[in-house]
Design a binder for this molecule. Structure first.
Ligand code: DAH
Length: 351
């Protein structure tokens, strides 16, 4: 029995030494030292040994058990630490190396332009407001001096909602931001210095139109407002948005909701408003000026429709396309407006 015990000690030593993983080591412990392990079953055989030899053999068995447990514990430590060594090696990070910047996006050119326009007008006391993009006919047309069936409505290729009409008419997807004028006037809070920026919808698509686009609508109404105030603001915007040296001009036009009405032009940044570059016609504008959009003095019928005293208050309004002004900016070369909404990162990241 003594020999058997000694042989077991050697076997344990050999196996523990050879173990390559913690799992293997655990199996070894179970095999030799566990409750049903080899050492335990050998101890059961002590009953058959002469009584005078039992204490010595018992002590030896305990010694072997303790030595085995110590050996396993030592091996466990060294396996664990070599596992950490391996992790440290494969997952090594040089914290002194310069980092890799994650790719950073930026705002869409339309959002940038909306923010820029907003801050230009906020500097002179305008406040930004958002009126509905789905609205009643009353706001989109009728109160703007375009009674039902008036042919002027045909200029706006309007989408109508499939919804019951009310006293305020049918619902439309706003074809312009001028509906904001009516909402703002109905509040009767003077002076009015509204900037309504919203999406507009028209049944049009080609290189210069998308069915969804943006406009910004200015409305200034107070006592004693006249055309010179409008002129000042147009020049201010030309300078702030397009650059110093740029000016505006107005040409007579017709809109139902303004009287008089104008078409507003901005002097071309390439030829400086002369229409000529080195004795040749300017390629950008051909005539010195770029058309930006409509404006005018608020029509008295619009004031009346909203219950505003048109003897006391006067004002002006303007409504321009945001895509258009963004594309008119120097350095922005976009010859097809639709590309703004195709979400092609190669295009968008230029701005
Ligand atoms: N709402 C007009 C359009 O979409 C533009 C416009 C013209 C707005 C004259 C105005 C204005 O405020 O005074 O074509």
């Amino acid at each position: 029995m003594k020999d058997q015990l000694e042989a077991l000690r050697l076997e344990i030593e050999r196996d523990v030494k050879a173990a390559k993983s913690l799992a293997e080591l655990e199996q070894i412990e179970i095999k030799y030292l566990g409750r049903k392990g080899e050492l335990t079953s050998m101890l059961k055989g002590l009953a058959n040994v002469p009584a005078d030899q039992r204490p010595e053999l018992g002590a030896l068995a305990n010694k072997i058990k303790q030595a085995g447990l110590d050996l396993i514990a030592g091996k466990r430590d060294s396996l664990a630490s070599s596992r950490y060594d391996a992790i440290a090696e494969t997952e090594r990070v040089d914290i002194t190396e310069p980092g890799v910047r994650p790719p950073e996006g930026h705002l869409h050119i339309m959002t940038q332009t909306i923010r820029e326009i907003t801050s230009i007008f906020e500097k002179i006391g305008f406040y930004r407001i958002r009126y509905p993009e789905i609205d009643w006919d009353w706001y989109a047309f009728e109160a703007l001096n375009m009674p039902p069936d008036h042919p002027a409505r045909d200029d706006w290729e309007t989408f109508f909602m499939d919804a019951p009409s009310t006293k305020k008419g049918k619902m439309v997807m706003t074809p312009h931001t001028s509906n904001g004028q009516i909402h703002e006037l109905e509040r009767h809070k003077f002076p009015i210095r509204m900037l309504n920026i919203a999406k507009c919808y028209r049944r049009q698509i080609d290189a210069t139109h998308t069915p969804m686009f943006h406009q910004f609508e200015g409305l200034l109404v107070d006592e004693g407002v006249n055309i010179t105030h409008l002129r000042g603001i147009l020049d201010y915007f030309a300078r702030e948005f397009f650059g110093p040296g740029r000016v505006s001009r107005i040409r007579p036009h017709h809109f139902r909701f303004t009287e008089p009405s104008f078409e507003v032009d901005i002097s071309c940044g390439v030829c400086g408003g002369t229409g000529m570059v080195e004795k040749k016609k300017c390629k950008v504008c051909k005539r010195g000026w770029l058309e930006i959009g409509g404006a005018g003095m608020v029509h008295p019928n619009v004031l009346k429709a909203t219950g505003v005293d048109s003897k006391k208050y006067t004002g002006f309004a303007f409504g321009w396309g945001i895509e258009r002004v963004a594309m008119m900016k120097e350095g922005v070369k976009v010859d097809d407006i639709r590309v703004l909404y195709q979400n092609d990162v190669r295009f968008l990241k230029q701005f």
